[in-house]
Design a protein around this ligand. Structure first.
Ligand code: IVH
Length: 669
């Protein structure tokens, strides 16, 4: 290709990739598969390698991180980044509303227009766009001076490197919150524990830690995202209100939270707060309250600010998801990779609506650092659906009878030697045939998110092991009816069901199969990436480290672990025995051009024709998207009996509401 042609192709590829980035990371509505995306990306990277002088700082290839820095430069914010006053009760909020009116000389009976937003629990940043191009990105710092984390922010794919408008303002400063969603947070923490690094206490710390990496290649592998919520200095465009700002910037490619709503008066504010208190439980990221802002910028200016916070905004915080209880016991358990984890058995306690009886103590180093002992009174915290953690000990409650649990000298399950590798925090059982490890491996293999062998739970797996009928996962596919009949209390029908569940699992998706193998550091998400990149287990087996590393989000540690797994003769034999037994993992292609491509569905109420998971799969199989809550972007709400607030919301927004039958008709039409 000559240079001129390359230049044109590069331009087109960048536009395409940017568009798909936005569809994927901001709108959550991909139009192409990951594999197709990777092809575009690879082509661009090759062309840029061939013509290095055509590389520009806003090319999507520049999102993979740059050479490590010595330290961060400082950035002075043109306008200080203020913080917010906190409210904790409806009364505090009524006071705020009254204060606003009094200050503005508005009659008490009149309603103020407010914009209500989820308060993201992440890290505040400022993005500076000059002539539409991302010039600088910084942390809030002390509000006046922050750190220059431009390199790191460029790796956040939801942040446009260039605004998607033909005539951008000369200067646009936007403030927003960078956050790490709950699923990758959990993944990151289990990876860290496996690798012997201390886990992050919560998603906010994980986001902050990721953003403050001097090596942006590390940041690039953490799926950070952002919601923008306030303008800084702007030159060349006039926003009239917060709602005007929030309606405008998504058109320029800047993401805003879909749950933001404009309401009238304090009544609207309080109703929004209640709704978000509920929605919080199902959001894929952490929020710690709602932020309420006077909508009109003219009124905001009139109200002005106090020393460190504006008079026109307030944060109405949620009650903390913490509670105090007692550790009744600490029990070590062995995972499938041999890591021994201490788990606290708690006197059951309710933490914002959920009963908590167990909490992870992560590892002995963490436990010693926090000085946690059996009998201690502790603070436990729950984030979203993440396993609850012990935050700290209430030392004032110590009586002297509390007992620490020392590192076990031997594996509590098989009595093998236990080692703590220097530099790692994990304590591992080194027993190759540790029954706990084998049991956990098989339980994992059969579990719902893996091969989904219905009915084959812990109890039956333990019996299979005890009777010596299985020694590894491949043996499951050679079981016969008579084997099951040796179980205590087993009937014909039950044996039949188990056998047919095992049979059905032979044709599960490749990503499930990869996940089920239990390769260290390969969770569900990574398994999906691998399935779509390699298409078959044979290809994955042969993949070189370099090929593995070319996949987005896969770093050296994961690549190494995959290589090690497939290098092991025993593992290969187990896989081959499964394939010989008829296991044929299928490749799931997300349908592009399916019936529901680009359409978003929300399911609500009691469904009778299918479960929620099935509904989601039906939609996704047709290229659509199933969301958890109703917004302007929802195309259809499928309502079963007793549908509640989501149905109301759909009606309010004019979203089309259909029945389950109508949904099935659409599927079949
Ligand atoms: S507005 C002057 N909106 O909360 C107004 N802040 O306690 C400045 N935050 O430092 C902030 N979500 O990190 C605003 N929707 C939202 C927010 C939000 C989270 C954070 C932000 C800020 C802190 C203030």
């Amino acid at each position: 290709m000559d240079k001129q042609a390359a230049e044109q192709r590069i331009k087109n590829l960048r536009e395409e990739i940017n568009r798909h980035n936005h569809l994927y990371y901001v709108l959550d509505r991909p139009e192409i598969t990951d594999a197709e995306y990777d092809l575009l990306f690879l082509e661009l990277a090759r062309l840029e390698k061939e013509f290095p002088d055509l590389v520009t700082p806003d090319s999507p290839t520049q999102r993979i991180g740059a050479a490590p820095l010595e330290k961060f430069a400082q950035v002075t914010h043109r306008i200080p980044m203020l913080s917010l006053e906190n409210a904790f009760t409806d009364g505090d909020m009524r006071d705020f509303d009254e204060r606003v009116k009094r200050f503005l000389g508005i009659a008490a009976a009149q309603e103020i227009e407010y914009v209500c937003e989820p308060k993201m629990d992440g890290v505040a940043v400022e993005l500076v766009y000059e002539g539409g191009k991302l010039a600088v990105g910084s942390t809030r710092g002390d509000g006046f001076v922050g750190e220059d984390v431009t390199q790191n922010l460029k790796t956040v794919r939801a942040i446009p490197l260039r605004l998607t408008t033909d005539n951008p303002p000369r200067l646009l400063e936007v403030r927003g919150e960078v956050y790490l969603p709950l699923a990758p947070f959990q993944r990151l923490n289990s990876e860290r524990e496996e690798a012997g690094e201390p886990p992050f206490a919560n998603p906010r710390n994980a986001a902050a830690g990721s953003l403050r990496q001097l090596d942006s290649r590390i940041t690039a592998r953490r799926p950070l995202s952002i919601f923008c919520y306030a303008p800084g200095e702007v030159d060349g465009y006039g926003f009239t209100s917060q709602s005007d700002f929030l309606d405008t910037i998504p058109r320029w490619g800047l993401p805003t939270n879909p749950h933001i709503r404009k309401v009238s008066g304090i009544g609207g504010v309080l109703a929004y707060y209640r709704e978000m208190t509920e929605a919080r439980e199902t959001l894929p990221y952490e929020i710690d309250g709602v932020v309420v802002k006077v909508d009109s910028f003219a009124l905001q200016r009139e109200l002005g600010e106090k020393s460190r916070s504006p008079r026109w905004a307030i944060a109405y915080k949620f009650p903390p998801r913490q509670a105090i209880t007692i550790i009744e016991d600490i029990v070590p358990s062995v995972g499938r990779t041999g890591v021994i984890t201490p788990t606290a058995h708690l006197r059951p306690v309710e933490v914002s609506g959920v009963m908590v009886a167990r909490a992870t103590l992560h590892n002995w180093e963490e436990m010693e650092r926090k000085d946690i002992r059996i009998g201690d009174t502790v603070v436990v915290e729950r984030a979203g659906d993440v396993i609850p953690a012990v935050v700290k000990v209430v030392t004032e409650k110590r009586t002297g009878g509390e007992k620490p649990l020392p590192i076990p000298g031997k594996c509590p399950e098989c009595g093998s030697e236990v080692v703590k590798i220097p530099g790692e925090v994990a304590v591992r059982c080194m027993g190759l045939s540790c029954p706990a490890q084998i049991r956990e491996t098989i339980i994992h293999f059969a579990s719902r998110d893996a091969m989904d062998i219905e009915g084959l739970g812990e109890k039956y797996i333990e019996q299979l092991l005890r009777l010596g009928l299985v020694k590894n996962v491949a043996d499951l596919y050679y079981l016969e009816r008579s084997d099951f009949m040796r179980f205590e209390r087993m009937g014909d029908k039950l044996a039949e069901n188990l056998l047919s569940a095992i049979e059905r699992s032979k044709h599960k998706e490749l990503s499930r199969f990869i996940y089920a193998l239990g390769i260290r550091h390969v969770g569900e998400h990574t398994a999906k990436l691998l399935a779509s990149a390699f298409g078959s287990i044979e290809n994955l087996e042969k993949a070189t480290e370099e090929e593995l590393l070319s996949i987005r989000e896969i770093g050296p540690q994961v690549a190494q672990s995959i290589r090690t797994f497939f290098h092991n003769r025993q593992n290969i034999e187990v896989i081959e025995r499964m394939l010989r037994a008829g296991v044929t993992p299928s490749v799931e292609e997300k349908k592009v051009g399916g019936r529901f491509t680009g359409k978003t569905f929300v399911f609500t109420g009691a469904l009778t024709r299918f479960t929620r998971d099935e509904a989601k799969r039906l939609v996704e199989n047709e290229g659509g998207h199933a969301a958890g809550s109703v917004s302007k972007k929802t195309d259809f709400v499928v309502a079963g009996a007793e549908a509640g607030s989501k149905l109301d919301k759909a009606r309010e927004l004019g979203v089309r509401v259909i029945t389950e039958e109508e949904f099935l008709e659409m599927l079949e039409s």
